[in-house]
Design a protein around this ligand. Structure first.
Ligand code: CP
Length: 309
């Protein structure tokens, strides 16, 4: 395969299995590079990228920015709170003004599901989705799958559990799509009110009992409760949620086998995962963050090769 089959990265839905494998192989090379003493390559020297964030972010924003800098791209950072969006400018006008300054690619995070698809249809630029509301977070899913591949040697046939607020999670949706394309088995676990009714159509199964679900899996990806996207109470209290779905060392020991623990961040320590588990040798949470830079370098590099294709 020569390059990616898509011009934008709007969601995992649009990627073929070969695209994902190409991103992983390219990430392997970039991971070696970012672990050298000279971490920078000239690959995107004449490319200008705008990072447009309409929603808070620590990991994704810094990871994209570092990936761009390691590739020698020129970058501009835009946050909605300090921009003319607060004076009533539309998304299309805002982005077209940025593009008029000869920007080549746009990385966008937005609270509205589908905002990146809308933008890709209405502006002349390559768009990379850095998380759009409850819809997709494709680079998070790619770095998660890449981290499992690195830890377990592959994805095919592996049993991956996703625990928590599946209903409001773009990470869960993108992860399920990505893992299924790579031949993994996926199960979700959480309170019935936080599991969407359509989950089986994605090929994922459901288990409401955390201990049974953990006993089944090779990897458990713990998600936080997305309070910012919840319009009413989905469970009685955080304490009750934590007692039923929080991952503690005692629960982990009781399953009688070693599993890999993941979390996309930000972590709410003591709610979905205790500090003892998050900081244990079984957790690969910081490896996920490290891999995020290499995977985003690969995505940017491969998409840049698709300009005007
Ligand atoms: N995992 C993730 O998207 O984290 P941020 O919200 O900090 O970018």
């Amino acid at each position: 395969m020569e390059g990616l089959s898509t011009r934008h990265l709007l969601g995992i839905k649009d990627l073929k299995e070969q695209d994902i494998q190409l991103i992983f192989e390219t990430s392997d090379n970039f991971k070696q590079i970012i672990n050298r003493s000279i971490k920078k390559v000239p690959s995107l020297r004449d490319v200008t990228i705008a990072n447009i964030f309409f929603e808070n972010s620590t990991r994704t924003r810094i990871s994209f920015e570092l990936a761009e800098k390691r590739l020698s791209a020129d970058i501009v950072n835009f946050s909605a709170s300090s921009s003319s969006v607060s004076k009533g400018e539309t998304l299309i006008d805002t982005v077209n003004n940025i593009l008029a300054m000869k920007v080549d690619m746009v990385v966008m995070r937005h609270p509205a599901p589908g905002a990146c698809i809308f933008l890709a249809k209405n502006v002349k630029s390559q768009i990379i989705n850095a998380g759009d509301g409850t819809h997709e977070h494709p680079t998070q899913a790619l770095l998660d799958a890449y981290s499992i591949r690195e830890k377990l040697g592959g994805l095919a046939g592996k049993k991956i559990l996703i625990v928590g607020d599946i209903l409001h999670s773009r990470v869960a949706l993108s992860n399920i799509l990505c893992l299924k394309k790579l031949g993994a088995e996926v199960k979700v676990c959480g309170p019935p009110t936080l599991i969407p009714k359509f989950i089986s159509t994605l090929g994922a199964t459901v288990e409401y009992d955390l201990k049974k679900a953990l006993a089944w899996c090779d990897v458990a990806n713990m998600l936080r409760i997305q309070h910012e996207r919840q319009d009413f109470k989905y469970f009685p209290s955080l304490r009750e949620y934590s007692m039923q779905y929080g991952l503690t060392l005692d629960v982990l020991k009781a399953i009688g086998k070693e599993i890999v623990i993941m979390h996309p961040g930000p972590i709410n320590r003591g709610v979905e995962i205790t500090s003892e588990v998050a900081d244990s040798g079984q957790a690969i949470i910081l490896e996920q963050v490290e891999n995020g830079v290499a995977v985003r370098m690969a995505v940017l590099y491969l998409l840049a090769a698709q300009v005007e294709s």
